[in-house]
Design a protein around this ligand. Structure first.
Ligand code: SF4
Length: 334
């Protein structure tokens, strides 16, 4: 079961690089560094609205590269959180960081203060793509950091991107396979968006970078979601949040507030078309799906139904208990 996150953003703090796509202030929507008092206030507030569910929640330090921030400051934030973990008020601490900012020593520090989960921004497993996007680490850094995190008993999260400068869909699938081989507990997928003030914006304005269109991102994200699902790996996020900052600084790229729904809808459309072609169905058909999946199978503004109509199938979608996620049972009506 997925746990709640009590999120606290550490915008761009400690990051020794500026990746091509990153305008961390915009992505997190926050520009001030939180203080230990902010940690306490955030947890207290969460305790009041989460109630008993807070016991399973993790305080999540997101946004920057947590293990790269000035050590005294990092420890002051952990110290502020630790009493709540010791008392069992919250379940642990989650943080995100860069693969080259993980070593045995910092993992010891995190463990001492009750950290439970670490997410690594891998973004790509191609050294060429990593270099083109000025990530400042290699694919081997991701493998090494992931093994250390796993070996120290933390939950491992990995983040990847699609549509990066110099990458393509085959590259994204390669990254997914390489990440799956590291046995993460969770994955986040971020299609690239071009934000003002980034190197990508410059490349885009000079005509040297063409971002993935929404439809292209939906296609590759559908393939990635299905791939990770079949591997038993939970994709806990797809696409950036609908933060105001992203809207303000957005220049181009695959940003859509309902990207995950569009991608899941595409999985169902592809599956329906595959079965229809395989079985040679025409005319009226009934499409049976999981009970909560009807809107995704139907598609936004009934786009999947319309597509099936364009290949001569008039589909009625019905829920059916016991049908697995991303699966469909299609019957020809007579
Ligand atoms: S490592 Fe993370 S925080 Fe640092 S520049 Fe890259 S994306 Fe931004």
């Amino acid at each position: 079961m997925r746990h709640a996150n009590i999120a606290l953003f550490i915008p761009h703090a400690g990051c020794p690089h500026t990746c091509s796509f990153c305008n961390q202030k915009t992505i997190s929507g926050h520009s001030c560094q939180p203080s230990p008092d902010d940690v306490k206030q955030t947890v207290e507030k969460a305790l009041s609205y989460l109630g008993y569910r807070a016991k399973d929640a993790e305080l999540a330090f997101f946004g920057g590269s947590f293990t790269a921030i000035e050590r005294g400051y990092m420890i002051s934030l952990l110290e502020a959180a630790h009493p709540y973990i010791k008392n069992g008020d919250i379940g642990g601490i989650r943080c995100s960081t860069r693969p080259d900012c993980i070593d045995a020593e910092v993992l010891d520090v995190l463990k001492r203060y009750g950290a439970t989960s670490i997410e690594l921004g891998a973004q790509s497993m191609s050294d060429r793509v990593l270099q083109m996007n000025e990530r400042g680490h290699t694919a081997e850094d991701v493998r090494r950091a992931a093994a250390l995190i796993r070996g120290s008993g933390f939950e491992l999260g990995l983040q990847m991107m699609t549509g990066l400068y110099g990458d393509d869909d085959d590259g994204a699938m390669y990254t997914a396979r390489e990440l799956a081989a590291l046995s993460p507990d969770t994955v986040r997928i971020y299609p690239t968006v071009v934000l003002g003030g980034t190197k990508l914006a410059k490349l885009y304005n000079e005509g040297k970078y063409q971002p993935q269109p929404i439809d292209g991102a939906v296609g590759i994200c559908a393939a990635l979601l299905r791939f990770f699902y079949e591997k038993g790996i939970d994709v806990i996020k797809l696409g950036l949040h609908a933060e105001e900052g992203v809207g303000r600084d957005f220049i181009a790229g695959a940003y859509h507030p309902a990207l995950r729904e569009l991608a899941e809808s595409r999985i169902y459309l592809d599956e329906a078309v595959r079965q229809i072609n395989e079985k040679g169905y025409k005319g009226k058909i009934t499409v049976l799906c999981g009970e909560k999946e009807i809107s995704k199978v139907t598609g936004q503004h009934r786009c999947n139904i319309e597509h099936l109509r364009s290949i001569s199938c008039a589909a009625t979608v019905k829920p059916c208990a016991g049908i697995e996620k991303y699966s469909l049972v299609i019957e020809q009506d007579f």
